[in-house]
Design a protein. Structure first.
Length: 96
């Protein structure tokens, strides 16, 4: 029987979209959600579910989105106004 890798692959695909500005905030959550759910399914029923590495990479890429955004917001608050404009927070750059 073929193992189901759909959720793991969905996590990976959403994770790979980390480079799309602003949409990556939504896709990052989906990558993390599907990756964690897939890893739980794999742990519970390893004969039925597969794609562990797809899920792990999807979760890592999904988390990187938020690490980069938090770093960017921190740099923006620290006075790097060009960073604010690059991450789509030009209004924040103007208010500082």
């Amino acid at each position: 029987m073929e193992k189901s890798k759909r959720m793991a692959r969905a996590s990976f695909i959403f994770g790979v979209t980390f480079w799309i500005p602003l949409l990556n905030l939504i896709f990052g959550v989906l990558a993390i959600y599907f990756g964690v759910k897939s890893l739980r399914n794999i742990k519970k029923e390893p004969d039925k579910y597969g794609g562990k590495w797809y899920a792990i990479i999807g979760v890592i890429l999904g988390l990187l989105v938020y690490v980069f955004y938090l770093t960017g917001v921190g740099m923006c608050i620290a006075g790097y106004s060009e960073i604010c404009k690059n991450i789509g927070m030009a209004a924040l750059a103007n208010s500082l």
